[in-house]
Design a protein around this ligand. Structure first.
Ligand code: HBI
Ligand code: FE
Length: 296
């Protein structure tokens, strides 16, 4: 029997939002979702369907349809899992919210993606500081049907377990990679730049900003460059990194990163908005509206 699902939210303290770490896997309490919660899913689903038309990568809507995701109701995790099992062998597991890093990596390494079971409140439609069901399920899960992306996520999890054993710096480098790919990545496809990062796919504002705004830099994927680059947690990204394919991502994570971490220790970090001489610049950002500090 799984533990009972209970909604755990971050606590607002003088250090900002502090995640309440819980590690349990819980059963999705599907029958307990209220009409308001299904409606929140419906509103977000319809809105992003419109915004992401011509903006999300080709795989995104196609895979959503393979899952049968629609605006009618919050999907059942069991239905999603039946389809995942037949394709890439991934599974989703219900969780209360953010997990401790090692627990999170261990799930990924075993082809399990943790999905927050609860959905945001109506007044949080436009912004919520932590992952909820909409971000996790709508944003992350469709790409788990893509074989190369699915392998990348597992390799990332294995690398995470290893980095956790190496130390805090290794973990910091690897977290930057997750941020600039899985959460905020762009991909170059036949008809132009497209979104694949879940942090963007689940945000109306950033979906438009990342492709249309003149402010951010758009730079070709470079593993070591990314692992040196700080990022923003409280505003749109100053820089987006662009991959050419999910195979490129998968190939980049095949080697053991241990020597990379050693090299990174001798290299300076890069501010979120900086452009370097060797960068494969697709667009140099105007920097309009950027705050001068706040990179993490
Ligand atoms: N836990 N449920 C959940 N979802 C995440 O995306 C997540 C997490 N714990 C840690 C974490 N992400 C980050 O440390 C990643 O950068 C690895
Ligand atoms: Fe996420």
């Amino acid at each position: 029997m799984s533990p009972q699902a209970r909604r755990v939210e971050s606590l607002h303290t003088d250090k900002g939002y502090v995640p309440v770490y819980t590690t349990a896997v819980v059963e999705q309490p599907w029958a307990q979702y209220t009409p308001v919660e299904h409606d929140t899913w419906a509103r977000l689903f319809r809105r992003q369907r419109e915004v992401l038309d011509g903006r999300s990568c080709g795989e995104f809507f196609a895979n959503q349809e393979r899952f049968g995701m629609n605006a009618e109701a919050i999907p059942r995790f069991d239905d999603i899992n039946a389809i995942l099992a037949r394709s890439t062998g991934w599974q989703i597991v219900g969780v209360e919210g953010l997990l401790p890093e090692l627990t999170f990596f261990e799930h990924l390494a075993n082809r399990r993606f943790p999905v927050t079971w609860w959905i945001r409140k109506p007044e949080q439609i436009d912004y919520i500081a932590e992952p909820d069901l909409f971000h996790d399920l709508y944003g992350h899960v469709p790409l788990l049907l893509d074989p190369a992306f699915a392998d990348y996520m597992q390799a990332y999890g294995r690398g995470g377990v290893k980095a956790h054993g190496i130390g805090a710096d290794a973990l910091m480098y690897l977290t930057r990679l997750y941020w600039y790919t899985v959460e905020f990545g762009l991909i170059r496809q036949r008809d132009g730049l497209r979104i694949y990062g879940a942090g963007i796919l689940s945000s109306k504002g950033e979906s438009i900003h990342c492709l249309e705004s003149a402010a951010p830099n758009r730079i070709g994927f470079d593993l070591m460059r990314i692992m040196r680059t700080r990022y923003r947690i409280d505003s749109y990204q100053k820089t987006y990194f662009v991959i050419d394919s999910f195979e490129q991502l998968m190939r980049a994570t095949q080697p053991d990163f241990t020597p990379y971490y050693r090299e990174l220790a001798s290299l300076s970090t890069i501010a979120a908005g900086d452009v370097l001489d060797g960068d494969a610049v697709i667009q140099r950002g105007s920097g309009e509206g950027w705050s001068v500090d706040g990179d993490v």
